[in-house]
Write a protein that binds this ligand. Structure first.
Ligand SMILES: Nc1nc2c(c(=O)[nH]1)N[C@H]1C(S)=C(S)[C@@H](COP(=O)(O)O)O[C@H]1N2
Ligand SMILES: [Mo]
Length: 162
């Protein structure tokens, strides 16, 4: 069967008009002690206030310098709303586990990035040195101030509030 001109046009319009989202975008889950489990992708993260951060960290014995662009982890967690299961009114009891697709995971205390306490600008980054991270191992969590790159976790897939 041949596709007529109209059919071809429909296919082209369909391809051109397909919004770049969901399946072809790196995304992750926010779950655990939250009111709302979220499944944001890179486009959702890009809608949040943009933060740019220059960091230096050691990796495999070498210093790396990089400029990351992303959103605050705090802004994402505020959308999910951390619960206080024990009802004592303190979000600071919780810890955040950040996991990657390769099974690598790290931990953060809320106090490290909460503005009442250390207030570090922990990012969920989608760009490194002007290049989309999509082509470099997906979304990346960046923890400013860390001397080693161990918590600069690539290909973020899950943020769990414990
Ligand atoms: N997903 C994932 N992220 C990871 C790691 C890993 O094994 N898996 N290793 C970490 C370590 S130990 C370092 S030093 C840095 C290295 O950063 P680079 O990928 O920019 O070289 O990545 C971190 N992020
Ligand atoms: Mo490392």
């Amino acid at each position: 069967m041949r596709i007529g001109f109209g059919g071809m046009l429909a296919v082209l319009v369909c391809l051109a008009g397909a919004p770049s989202r969901a399946a072809d975008q790196p995304g992750f889950t926010v779950d655990g002690q939250v009111r709302q489990t979220l499944h944001p992708n890179a486009a959702d993260v890009q809608k949040l206030p943009v933060i740019e951060l220059e960091v230096a960290f050691e990796a495999q014995g070498k210093m790396q310098k990089a400029k990351f662009k992303g959103a605050l982890l705090l802004d994402i967690l505020n959308k999910a709303e951390i619960v206080d299961a024990e009802g004592k009114g303190s979000a600071f009891r919780h810890a955040i586990e950040v996991a990657s697709s390769d099974g690598y995971a790290i931990n953060l205390a809320i106090g490290e990035f909460h503005p009442f306490l250390e207030g570090k600008q922990v990012l969920v980054a989608y760009e490194r040195d002007g290049q989309a991270l999509e082509s470099m191992g997906g979304l990346r969590v960046v923890v400013p101030g860390d001397k080693h790159g161990a918590r600069s976790i690539r290909d973020l897939v899950r943020i769990t509030v414990k």
